[in-house]
Design a protein around this ligand. Structure first.
Ligand SMILES: Cc1cc2nc3c(=O)[nH]c(=O)nc-3n(C[C@H](O)[C@H](O)[C@H](O)COP(=O)(O)OP(=O)(O)OC[C@H]3O[C@@H](n4cnc5c(N)ncnc54)[C@H](O)[C@@H]3O)c2cc1C
Length: 458
């Protein structure tokens, strides 16, 4: 029990997840008399808003991730365990992980979200998602691998399916990745693939609702649509993908878009953990919390960030799953934990919306600020770059991202187009089976017994 964590005179606060919320909370409690134990299944903090830039070769994976132990080096009350939490047990005040059980006095669940495939099994099996660094690298490699395959095809239908890219979901991620791919088609691909007729390559953004960027202003929605259309992205509104198999993305029972590249950015569910009372978990797997982030009916257990479903007067469907919500809830919970320690009642959380933005391409972004202030174009783009650069964790990451962006702005190129995958003969074969998802989880296995060397028959 306790995975060799030292005994402490202070109460133990276990934080599950070191994303935007967990990281901020552990930092905010740096000088408090509490033993902080952060558990994450990765040993790095992942800056998800820039994942699409890794997927489209604009940024290195290393510049959007930062080692957790390095972030907290020197913080005396901080302990980290690399582990996957499988269950929480509020009765025994323990969390069950793959490395053993860990006891807590206070528990904070900050596990974020998972891709929502809406129960469409063929999409879950065959599409690419963009939720983690391996996903983003996989996406980049898979698309470039398909260009290599397209070069080898004589059959125009097969070549078309390899070149077509369908992005599902017209939220910021779908818009950003479509715009970035369109720029890549204009700037990078003609240099790398002069033998391919890139006028054949279609980028199709499919959105089930009537507009792109659902929660943003009408002006930003229209601007983003205009930008994408100018870049040659085909936007199909009020269209849902029903299944994806045999290189066909079906939007009705019989109608389909031929493609080998389907990027699923259509939504997320909360990443609630097993062990919580059923009534506390919503249909989309978020955890119901009160206004100070305490899980309903479980004193001392809190949820913050994407996984927390906090309903307010202005947001009856729950606060949005955004990084600023996660960070503000973390700051507020730190404040309330201090109040609880002093025997004072907690104070309710109020979300301060400082604005939302989405980038479409070079010099093209849309920004909505409070009080109906909107702007776009070059100034919007500069604002987006500045805000994201400043919020990246670590000085090195800021510098590397700045250099990468400056380099690609200056020469209209994206340097990063390596196909990083274990070589697999089947990848270049015409297996017609979709293999994108297969690679998302595939990790090379260490085999302690090498295969016996075959001696040729005499
Ligand atoms: C592609 C993409 C683009 C986005 N763009 C924007 C944007 O432009 N602006 C914006 O505000 N927001 C954006 N978001 C949303 C934003 O990233 C989230 O709101 C934010 O990450 C939420 O923070 P969090 O701490 O709740 O969860 P996360 O940052 O997701 O962190 C959760 C952590 O928990 C860990 N974890 C989960 N389950 C377990 C477990 N069982 N055991 C151990 N560890 C576990 C994970 O490894 C992860 O480190 C984007 C998200 C994505 C995916």
């Amino acid at each position: 029990m306790d995975t060799n964590l030292p005994k402490s005179a202070h109460p133990r606060l276990v934080i599950i997840g070191c994303g935007f919320a967990g990281l901020r909370l552990a930092q905010a409690l740096k000088h408090d008399p509490v033993q902080i134990v952060v558990i994450d299944r990765h040993n790095y903090h992942n800056f998800q808003p820039l994942l699409y830039q890794v997927a489209t070769g604009a940024l290195e994976a290393d510049s959007i991730a930062y080692p957790i132990r390095k972030i907290f080096a020197g913080q005396k009350n901080f302990f980290f365990r690399l582990a996957d939490v499988e269950q929480v047990n509020p009765d025994t005040k323990t969390v069950h992980t793959n490395i053993g059980d860990i006891g807590y006095d206070y528990l904070v669940i900050a596990t974020g979200s998972l891709t929502n495939f809406f129960g469409i099994e063929s999409v879950e099996r065959n599409a690419m998602q963009i939720k983690s660094i391996p996903n983003a690298l996989n996406l980049r490699s898979y698309i470039f691998q398909n260009f290599e395959k397209a070069l080898l095809k004589d059959d125009p239908e097969q070549r078309q399916a390899l070149l077509n890219i369908v992005v599902v979901g017209g939220g910021p991620t779908g818009v950003e990745i479509s715009g970035s791919l369109a720029e890549m088609r204009r700037t990078v691909l003609p240099k790398d693939y002069p033998e391919l007729d890139l006028s054949q390559m279609k980028i199709i953004l499919v959105e089930a609702g009537p507009a792109l960027l659902g929660p943003m202003s009408k002006q930003s929605q229209d601007d983003a649509l205009g930008y994408l259309q100018k870049l040659g992205v085909e936007v199909r509104l009020n269209t849902g993908i029903k299944r994806f198999e045999d290189c066909r993305a079906y939007y009705s029972d019989t109608e389909f878009i031929p493609t080998e590249n389907l990027i699923w950015a259509a939504g997320v569910n909360g990443a609630a953990l097993p062990g919580l009372p059923e009534a506390t978990v919503t249909r989309n797997k978020r955890i119901n919390v009160n206004r100070w982030n305490e899980v309903e009916g479980l004193p001392g257990v809190f949820a913050i960030g994407d996984v927390a479903n906090m309903v307010t007067e202005d947001m009856p469907k729950g606060l949005p799953m955004l990084a600023p919500v996660a960070q503000q809830q973390a700051d507020h919970l730190a404040h309330n934990l201090r109040r609880l320690a002093k025997g004072q009642p907690p104070e309710p959380f109020n979300y301060l919306n400082k604005g939302v933005m989405a980038i479409v391409a070079r010099n093209k972004a849309v920004v909505d600020l409070p009080k109906n202030v909107h702007f776009n174009g070059f100034f919007g783009w500069l604002t987006w770059l500045f805000v994201h650069l400043m919020t990246l964790v670590g000085f090195r990451n800021k510098v590397v991202a700045f250099i990468d962006w400056a380099f690609s702005y200056w020469n209209s190129d994206k340097a990063l187009r390596l196909i990083i995958r274990p070589f697999n003969r089947r990848d270049m074969k015409d297996d017609k089976g979709k293999r994108a998802a297969e690679h998302q989880t595939a990790t090379p296995q260490y085999n302690p017994t090498p295969p016996a060397i075959q001696t040729p028959a005499a």
